[in-house]
Design a protein around this ligand. Structure first.
Ligand SMILES: Nc1ncnc2c1ncn2[C@@H]1O[C@H](COP(=O)(O)OP(=O)(O)OP(=O)(O)O)[C@@H](O)[C@H]1O
Ligand SMILES: [Mg+2]
Length: 319
């Protein structure tokens, strides 16, 4: 099993629950484990009855388990402030106001959250020294688009770089007329910044391909299965195969002697869901690695233990 493990899936299917259970399982096996949550609703706080922030914090009552919550809103702020600082150093004061306005707008762009979160993911992948890092990914389809950012941005930055190099070159030639340039592309701060971004995304692409494993969480209903199909395909497009599917929220079957409307409803429901699980098993390449029943209450405490045991997902480290 790779060092970085991601659990994707549609909103509300149980990503936080499953990634918390898996992180707990890894920690229980003695691995120094970090669970990274991106949920603005702080659901990891609910799972562990403890509040977390941006710094990895040990979870009370669990050995070798730490949690960090990345607030997407804050991540966007930091991300945009960083850009603002960098640009502010490079441009004339007259343009700074315009930059402020553009940054305000960028805040509202769809994808700003995902872009900022992805930046934070890259930081975590670079900086963490844990044996295992479990990512409870954001519920939007944007997460998947982000996984392709390394390629898109790489190409985009390459084109920008060559334009910028050409313009620095021209600027110098026109300013000094054929003598040795004073300003070269080599020491140019904007080019340095672009190179840094590019290198960052190359690192991310490489790390995701070579050191990360992806699981998808689904519910046994058509909508969720359709979404899973799309996710498997778009991950595969980026050379990121899905290692397995976790089916969460299966209806428990009533005992055979139980009769009445409730029992009949549950039996029908169970039959429909079995059909959906069969569909997942037969029409998907990645295997179903766990089927988790709906519990009567939120999954935390002892229930988290139970769910962790139901996950047929290895915890061993890469050799
Ligand atoms: N098997 C289960 N039995 C009972 N409750 C469950 C189960 N799985 C998840 N839940 C509950 O359903 C709610 C949503 O689950 P969870 O937070 O894990 O989903 P999510 O995919 O992370 O959602 P989001 O997309 O909003 O981040 C939570 O309250 C959780 O406790
Ligand atoms: Mg969640």
């Amino acid at each position: 099993m790779d060092r970085f493990v991601f659990f994707g899936g549609k909103g509300g299917v149980g990503k936080t629950t499953v990634s918390s259970a898996y992180a707990h399982k890894c920690a229980g096996a003695g691995l120094d484990t970090l669970l990274v949550s991106t949920d603005p609703a702080h659901s990891t706080a609910d799972v562990f009855d403890q509040s977390f922030d941006d710094d990895p914090t040990p979870v009370d009552g669990y050995d070798s388990l730490e949690v960090m919550e990345i607030d997407p809103e804050e991540a966007v702020d930091e991300h945009l402030m960083g850009i603002k600082r960098q640009l502010g150093d490079q441009v004339s004061p007259a343009i700074v106001n315009e930059i402020d306005r553009q940054i305000e707008l960028a805040h509202q762009t769809p994808g700003a959250h995902e872009a900022a979160l992805f930046d934070r993911f890259i930081d975590v992948m670079r900086e963490s020294d844990h044996d295992r890092v479990v990512f409870d990914t954001s519920p939007t389809g944007g997460t998947l688009r982000l996984l392709s950012l390394p390629e898109y941005l790489g190409g985009w930055i390459d084109r920008l770089l060559s334009k910028r190099e050409a313009s620095v070159d021209l600027y110098e030639k026109s300013a000094i007329g054929g003598r040795e340039p004073r300003r070269t592309a080599v020491g140019d701060p904007i080019i340095a910044r672009l190179r840094e971004r590019k290198e960052n995304f190359e690192f991310a692409g490489r790390t995701l391909r070579e050191e990360a494993t992806f699981y998808l969480v689904a519910n046994p209903d058509e909508l969720s299965i359709r979404e899973t199909r799309r996710s498997v395909a778009s991950l595969a497009e980026r050379d990121l195969p899905v290692a397995g599917l976790v089916v969460n929220r299966l209806t428990p079957e009533p005992e055979s002697h139980e009769e009445g409307r409730g029992a009949r409803f549950l039996r029908d429901r169970v039959a429909t869901e079995r059909e959906r699980v069969r569909e997942l098993e037969e029409t998907f390449d990645p295997p179903v690695v766990a089927t988790i029943e709906t519990r009567v209450a939120e999954v935390k405490g002892d229930l988290l233990d139970e769910v962790a045991r139901e996950l047929d997902i290895a915890v061993d480290l890469p050799a």
